[in-house]
Structures are given as C-alpha cells and as structure tokens.
Design a protein around this ligand. Sequence first.
Ligand SMILES: C[S@@+](CC[C@H](N)C(=O)[O-])C[C@H]1O[C@@H](n2cnc3c(N)ncnc32)[C@H](O)[C@@H]1O
Length: 286
Amino acid sequence: MSTNDVTMATSDVTMSTSDVTDVSPEIEGKLATEGKCEVYLPTSVFYNPVQEFNRDLTISVIREHAKVHFARLREKERKRKEREERINKAEERLKREDGEGTNHQSDGEKRQLEERMDKGDGQKSQSENSTNEGKDNEINSKMSVIEGQKKNSDNTSAKVESSNHDSLIATDVEGKELELGKKYENGLRILEGLAASGLRSVRFALEIPGVKEIVANDFDKTAVEFIKKNVAHNKVENLVIPSCDDASLLMYKCKKVADRFDVIDLDPYGSPTQFLDGAVQAITGT
Ligand SMILES: C[S@@+](CC[C@H](N)C(=O)[O-])C[C@H]1O[C@@H](n2cnc3c(N)ncnc32)[C@H](O)[C@@H]1O
C-alpha cells in the first residue's frame, strides 16, 4: 500500500527505539548502493534487483503525491486569503456606507453579514423572515453580490488547479522549489512499517523532496540496529526516525487524526492483508 492523503505527531506516540540498545554494539553487514543511498545490509540478506525496481516505482509515486500535497496546501492558503479579503471588503463597504450617512449598519448587522459569509448562505431565501425583513433583504442582496464574485473566482481557480494537476510542479506553499533533504514542517509524513535495513526509508529521505518525516519501523531488533546505522551513514537523521514496534500496533496507535500518516508503505514477505485494517485507520483523508 502506498500513497494517500496523511500527518502524525511523533511526539505523541512512543517509538520504542530505546529497546534496541542492548543489541550487539557492532553490526557488520555488507555495503550496497541503490539510488542515491549506500546502505549496510545483513550478510544473510539476498539482494534482489526486482525489489530495486519496486522501490524506484514507490519513490516516483510518492514524489508525485508530494506535489499534490503541496498543491492542496497552496489552494487552502489561497482560499484563506480570499476569504480574508472578502471580509475586509465587506467591512470597508459597511464603513463607507456609515460614513455616507446612508446607514443603519449596526455591529449586529455586520456580524450577521460575516456569519453568513462564513456559512456561505448568501443565497438564503428572502422569505425566511422575521420582523427585520427589510434589513435582511438588504444584507441578502449584498451577500448575493459578494457570493457571486466569490463563485466566479472559485471557478477560475478550479480551472487553474485542474490544469495544474496535469503538470504539477514541486513547489512549497510560497511557490519555492521543494528541496531534497530539507525538513518541511507541513510536508509528507511517511511510515515504512516493515523497514528491514531501512534502505527504502533512507532512499525516501534522499530522493523525495517535501518530506516532514519518515518513520522506519521493524519489529526485529537487529533490523532496527541496521536502520540506525544506515540513517547515520547517509546523514538523514533530520528526516528518518527509527522505530521498533509491531507494524499493526504502531498503526493502531496512530489512529488519532493528528497522528496519521500521508503515506504508508508496507512491504511484507507474504500477503499484506493482516496490515490493511491498521493502515486504513492510520492514513490521512479517511
Ligand atoms: C521484505 S522485508 C522489508 C524490506 C524493506 N521494505 C526493503 O524494501 O528493503 C520484511 C520485514 O518486515 C519485518 N516484519 C515482519 N512482520 C512485521 C510486523 N508485524 N511488524 C513489524 N515488522 C515486521 C521483518 O522483520 C522484515 O525485516
């Protein structure tokens, strides 16, 4: 399983890396180079080139997902700014009218206007009424104009966004090019549940721009020793967090919305079915 919508506060979750300190202080292993990384593998591990293709493919998919992730953040930010602008404009209009002595706009009415903008119910029927029918109608007509302007701009931006999806670019929220190896606080949170030597996680850190953190987990203590060694050897400590836990338990511990992952990679020896329920619950956007 790979990408989907994800975010986890690792601080909230206990990653049992301390459990592995009592393992052999010296782990030998053989050196292998793949992609941009050089890793130590346990001597017993058979290095399968087909798996390299699988890892290349995973990296390509996650790189694309990072672009979509940041495009969504940019869109969210654009909408926030647009909403702020509309409220400011509405406020200015009310002030102007007050200045012209044409009105009548009390603080209550202004609040009502803002609340309606928040709810997006500017098109509300003018008949839903009380004793303030006249004032309500006036507010409704102002809202119609504002909402009409908003709809036009939403349509335009929807077109921009959909055309962007055809040629998504790797830029952050401010539009700056995403950098490899840099930690992005609003970037992707990735879990490699069955990490073995950590080769895949280290490659993610070196080859995918726009990452917040990568949790490299394995329940085997010797494997986690290799993960630690490989993380240090490739100098990716800023992005990769070694973890020693059962993958399913770890995912169930990350069910809280704030603890979920944007990407979960599961690479078991056999069928992945036993991990699917945990993965679905620990992925963002579910
Ligand atoms: C096929 S290897 C992973 C290879 C690795 N993803 C790579 O690309 O180099 C499977 C790993 O899963 C670990 N594993 C198996 N069941 C697990 C579980 N329930 N929780 C955590 N790790 C597990 C094993 O110790 C082994 O290291």
